[in-house]
Design a binder for this molecule. Structure first.
Ligand code: ADP
Length: 281
């Protein structure tokens, strides 16, 4: 992995109305890494992705992409570099999977905007990689959550972008599909050398699959670093205001988080105290 910054974000501040939603963020996204953004609801994760893809413009600070100010690039140039997998994708018409994936080619079309043989080839490769080719003729509405998510990733891949931004890619998916999507993300990172930025709500998946994590707290970076540096009991309990247990996953060595309700941890403490007093008496 090289250490060239892909994105460089400096002193970023953003607000939708009066109050700052992002309040002075500085970070880099390194080429070839999987960067996870974690933090409580409303801490500003999705807003960061919207700024990196220039859907929103910050009131203060700068975002550089490969050393160029993001504001200096056209929407078309940005779409050729950055692929986005949003949290909810709305389709106004009953498109087939193949049609949805071909939409990924639109930043590259010229003239009347008709797809060439090469565009069809690229879309087909994206579907092969995401295992969606077998249902390319089915309507996107008819798919299960996991199949649909793979089709949306295929669309972003057909874009042939260098970086992919994913917003909670496994929300609403069962554990089998969650692993499938994260394995696909890892495969794209390794085989296609894609840089990936993931807003992740599952701390354990983020810990397992991301090279680095940013832990956000109310629009500020609370901690940034490797999963081992970020996923600690102290950091998580402070930012999420919840009791957690962090241990080492015995299989992978990555930090593993167990949520503890206040009620359960009280019961556990009492049980330990009783066991101890039984031993003493
Ligand atoms: P997260 O992804 O961490 O849940 P968001 O980036 O979605 O957080 O939101 C951060 C804050 O910005 C929240 O307080 C949210 O209510 C507010 N917010 C998000 N989108 C809008 C919007 N379109 N208009 C006004 N406020 C918004």
């Amino acid at each position: 992995m090289t250490l060239t910054p892909f994105f460089r974000v400096k002193d970023l501040r953003f607000r939708y109305d009066q109050s700052w939603v992002l309040d002075g963020l500085s970070f880099e996204v390194r080429e070839g890494e999987i960067l996870g953004i974690i933090g409580p609801n409303g801490s500003g994760k999705t807003t960061i992705l919207r700024i990196l893809s220039r859907v929103l413009m910050p009131q203060e600070g700068e975002v550089h992409l490969h050393g160029k100010n993001l504001l200096a690039l056209s929407q078309k140039e940005i779409a050729q570099i950055i692929g986005v997998v949003p949290q909810d994708t709305y389709f106004p018409f009953p498109f087939t999977v193949g049609e949805v994936v071909l939409m990924g080619r639109s930043p590259w079309l010229s003239g009347f905007g008709f797809e060439s043989e090469r565009d069809l080839q690229i879309a087909s490769q994206a579907m092969t990689l995401t295992n969606t080719l077998s249902f390319s003729n089915r309507l996107i509405f008819e798919l299960s959550g996991g199949e649909r998510q793979r089709a949306i990733i295929a669309r972003a891949l057909a874009q042939r972008s260098q970086v992919m931004l994913l917003d909670e890619p496994t929300a609403h998916l069962d554990i089998g599909y969650q692993i499938e999507i994260y394995d696909l993300i890892k495969k794209l990172n390794v085989e296609k050398r894609l840089t990936l930025i993931i807003v992740a709500h599952d701390l354990n998946l983020a810990s397992e699959y991301c090279d680095r994590l940013i832990l956000l707290d109310a629009g500020r970076i609370y901690k940034m670093g490797s999963p081992k540096e970020v996923i600690t009991e102290e950091n998580l309990s402070r930012v999420y205001q919840s009791k957690v247990l962090v241990e080492e996953n015995p299989v992978t060595g990555a930090p593993r988080v167990t949520l503890l309700s206040k009620l359960m941890s009280k019961k556990y403490r009492e049980k330990r105290l009783t066991a101890r007093s039984n031993r003493i008496s």
